[in-house]
Ligand binder design. Structure first.
Ligand SMILES: [Zn+2]
Length: 82
């Protein structure tokens, strides 16, 4: 594991994260949507992130703020996974 001075990308969070992480564990748990799946697929540790990543990161940060404000996940249509 490589030590870094990176911090969690959630607003106001100062938790240290690894180069291979997007959010700290606490905030990652608050982001459980398709957005997170996109982020995890597009994430390029230690490199400049793609536009798609940046756009979805903003959505994820908003989703986390929503969770912190409302105490539950953003309501969404029921998803079926097979
Ligand atoms: Zn955090």
């Amino acid at each position: 594991m490589e030590l870094t001075d990176l911090t969690c990308r959630a607003v106001g969070c100062r938790a240290r994260i690894l180069k291979t992480e997007i959010f700290c564990a606490r905030h990652l748990a608050m982001c459980q949507s398709d957005v997170r799946r996109v982020l995890e697929r597009k994430f390029r540790p230690g490199r400049k992130q793609s536009h798609v990543f940046d756009v979805n990161l903003k959505l994820a940060v908003k989703e986390i703020l929503y969770y912190q404000t409302e105490g539950h996940h953003v309501p969404r249509d029921v998803e079926f996974e097979f």
